[in-house]
Design a protein around this ligand. Structure first.
Ligand SMILES: [Cu+2]
Length: 280
């Protein structure tokens, strides 16, 4: 009886020790944040903790929108950023593209995970179609404060880690896929190589339609769309690592970057950054 008690007490002590150590050892899932977009506003939290965060972008439409996160340094505000983009076009030195979920079709959702450091951010939509007026000028610019991280955070994606099987490297002016995309749901790690900031927007093309058909349609957005946006990652500067998940069925997909060139102001797709991939 005495031995049993001893075993029982020892067991309780060990269990106690384990339960104290477990929270630090167990990997935490990424925090989850939902952003809703509509013509022309974002609905999003004003404040979130730093760390690895999965953003769900729900597009309430009727237009096409992304949620691009831009870090603001030097005490600058969202209003400063909008004013600067309006007058200069290119991103000012105190602002850095850090990515975010790219465009889902109206009524759909896209998902991207990124590692945010504490600071002041803007959530922007820099798309300008139809009509050529950037959506951030029409109300799609919102402040986001990223506060100090919680005591335990999710594992951080490492920029120097080997590129996984589903790696996509965004480079001036080409998408480099580590391996062909196959049908199914896949998670991709997207990195931006040294050079300009880039995005990858993924569009499922209708049978017989080309990437150029889709680009032409976006200019007016009249009539049925020749394809459907399924997300990807919004613009990110060199060194940023993001992850997105999307589901593919057999057919043709367009990968496109609409970020304006820092020198010419032309969208990167005009300079070659649009590519059609066949999914089998
Ligand atoms: Cu680009």
């Amino acid at each position: 009886m005495r031995q049993l008690s001893y075993a029982l007490v020892l067991g309780l002590i060990l269990a106690g020790c384990q339960s104290k150590q477990m929270p630090a050892a167990a990997p935490q899932p990424p925090a989850s944040v939902t952003i809703r977009a509509r013509d022309f506003a974002f609905d999003a939290p004003a404040k979130i903790p730093a760390g690895v965060t999965t953003f769900h972008l729900v597009n309430d439409g009727p237009g096409l929108h992304h949620a691009l996160l831009v870090r603001l340094d030097s005490g600058k505000t969202v209003a400063d950023l909008v004013a600067s983009l309006h007058t200069q076009g290119a991103m000012p030195a105190w602002a850095k593209y850090v990515g975010g979920p790219n465009v889902p079709d109206p009524g759909k959702e896209s998902v991207a995970t990124l590692d945010l450091e504490p600071g002041n951010y803007a959530i922007l939509c820099i798309l300008d179609m139809p009509g050529g007026v950037p959506h951030y000028m029409r109300g799609m610019a919102r402040a986001l404060t990223v506060t100090a991280p919680p005591a335990t955070t999710a594992a951080t994606p490492k920029a120097d880690a080997p590129i996984p099987d589903n790696g996509i490297v965004l480079s001036d002016m080409v998408f480099v896929l580590h391996k062909p995309i196959t049908a199914g749901t896949h998670t991709f790690q997207v990195t931006t190589a040294p050079g300009q900031p880039h995005e990858v927007l993924v569009v499922q093309l209708d049978p017989g339609k080309t990437g150029q058909d889709y680009v032409n349609w976006t200019l007016s957005m009249k009539g049925p769309a020749p394809g459907h946006a399924i997300g990807g990652t919004a613009a990110a500067a060199t060194g940023v690592v993001q992850v997105f998940t999307a589901t593919f069925v057999p057919g043709d997909y367009l990968l496109i970057c609409l970020v304006p060139d820092v020198k010419t102001g032309k969208p990167h797709y005009v300079e070659g950054m649009m590519q059609t991939v066949k999914v089998n």
